[in-house]
Design a protein around this ligand. Structure first.
Ligand code: ZN
Ligand code: ZN
Length: 265
């Protein structure tokens, strides 16, 4: 059985989600979750990234939530964008100091200061839809970018690996193992990691995280498609960082930096 007690990947109106932070907290409480992370899109995304200067405001609201809803631990996260082939993320020191947990993934439409590096990655991913040769080069570059990002930053979870830009799963998983990064089994409709990925990783030491990637409060804690893939691929609970192994464990997040009390990071 796989029972998930933490949803580390949820969006709010600070990026392209539909609910407020409090809406997400209430939804998570009603789903019986013990831990919720608000992980909106990184600021360099052209259309739906958070405003950098709003991050402190989010921190303040989350501290209030922890005081108001003590039955759940609410974390400030971020779904940072992997922006270029060097694995740079759109997160600065100030944000990292405020964050409780860092997630990262690749999305089209995120621009870094290094326009050449960024556009090479996006261009190849775009061209990859049209030509097989470009698709292969894109895959190679995406793989490199993910590996470098995991070595450059303390990323807890790599979101939907392979969903928005194809990757070689084995080298990404090796880097994930070396850097203690969990690969996400995302419950959203794009379906990554895929069942095939999971089959390939079943006998590796790779860790996973099952998340909803909810963009609406009512989708928080809806993990069914991801759980179904994990079960079908026979991924055991002890390889999934937010799978409930015992009741006590639900009280603390395994390996996640959790503030001693609200506001302390
Ligand atoms: Zn995403
Ligand atoms: Zn997301």
């Amino acid at each position: 059985m796989i029972r998930i007690y933490a949803d580390y990947h949820t969006h709010t109106t600070y990026s392209d989600g539909k609910g407020s932070i409090e809406d997400n907290v209430r939804a998570a409480v009603s789903r019986g979750l013990k831990i919720l992370a608000i992980s909106d899109h990184g600021p360099q995304h052209l259309t739906y990234g958070i405003k950098r200067k709003k991050y402190a405001e989010m921190r303040g609201i989350i501290d209030e939530m922890n005081a108001k809803y003590p039955m759940i631990q609410t974390l400030l996260g971020l779904e940072a964008n992997v922006m270029d082939a060097d694995g740079r993320l759109d997160v600065d020191e100030g944000m990292l100091r405020m964050a409780d947990v860092l997630l990262a993934g690749y999305h089209f439409g995120s621009l870094s200061g290094d326009l050449k590096g960024t556009s090479a990655l996006h261009r190849l991913n775009f061209e990859g839809r049209l030509s097989r040769k470009a698709a292969e080069r894109a895959k190679e570059l995406n793989t490199k970018a993910m590996i470098k990002a995991m070595h450059n930053y303390d990323i807890k979870i790599l979101t939907h690996p392979g969903a928005k830009g194809a990757i070689e799963i084995m080298p990404v998983a090796e880097a994930a193992i070396a850097t203690h990064t969990a690969l996400e089994i995302n419950a959203n409709r794009h379906g990554h990691l895929t069942f095939e990925d999971l089959l390939m990783l079943r006998n590796s030491a790779c860790l996973f995280a099952i998340n909803s990637d909810a963009h609406r409060p009512e989708m928080i804690g809806r993990f069914e498609p991801a759980i179904e893939r994990a079960l079908r691929a026979k991924i055991p609970c002890n390889r999934i960082i937010n799978c409930l192994k015992s009741e006590e464990e639900a009280e603390t997040a395994e390996g996640v930096k959790v503030p001693e009390k609200a506001g302390e990071v």
